[in-house]
Design a protein around this ligand. Structure first.
Ligand code: IMP
Ligand code: MG
Length: 179
């Protein structure tokens, strides 16, 4: 598994430190609100778990599953909801947790979807963002790292469902996804 990774981009410790900073800001900003943290399956689970552990105010947790990628490394632009919220969105202050914002298509869709369900507020926290790849201009309130335009795996991010369990974020060797 590790031999498919070209280099480490963000180490486990760097990621932990960043998540603890993000959680502090979020705990401050959402004090006294009805915080509902919504992880986007499956890429966000590791990030979401670490983030939630570090949030110091009361919050509820839910998950959504969407698909826009299939098994390829390029977005198809079509978003489907595979699993909806178990919670009522109405009146909640929703914080969507994503692994990475790439084209922005997935989150643009989710933002509109949750706003239409009359959430009190909807914001995004993403571990990673690739600003140079944006097709839709969306506002990501909390960002861990701005990454270069390379295909990343680890800390929840996959290529064809593999590498999610790599404990850091690394750049996948081109020969792995170009073969
Ligand atoms: P977007 O709709 O193009 O912003 O796609 C976001 C989703 O694409 C993320 O939640 C990831 O699942 C996937 N994705 C985008 N870039 C990468 C990458 O570099 N590695 C792994 N998954 C990625
Ligand atoms: Mg994915």
């Amino acid at each position: 598994m590790l031999q498919d990774i070209e280099r480490v981009l963000y180490s486990e410790q760097q990621i932990k430190d960043k998540i603890s900073e993000l959680a502090k800001r979020i705990s401050n900003d959402y004090e006294g609100k009805e915080l509902l943290v919504v992880g986007v399956l499956k890429g966000s689970v590791i990030f979401a778990a670490e983030l939630i552990k570090n949030i110091t105010i009361p919050c509820e947790i839910d998950f959504m599953a969407v698909s826009s990628y299939g098994n390829s490394s390029e977005t198809t632009g079509v978003v489907r909801i595979l699993k909806d919220l178990d919670h009522e969105a109405c009146g909640k202050d929703i914080l969507i947790v994503e692994d990475i914002v790439d084209s922005g298509v997935t989150l643009d869709y989710l933002l509109n979807y949750l706003r239409a369900r009359k959430a009190n507020s909807v914001e995004i926290v993403s571990l990673l963002t690739k600003p140079s790849r944006r097709k839709v201009d969306i506002d990501v309130k909390y960002v861990g790292f701005e990454s270069p335009d390379e295909f990343l795996v680890g800390y929840g991010l996959d290529y064809a469902e593999k590498y999610r369990n790599v404990p850091f974020v690394g750049v996948l060797k081109r020969e792995v996804y170009e073969k």
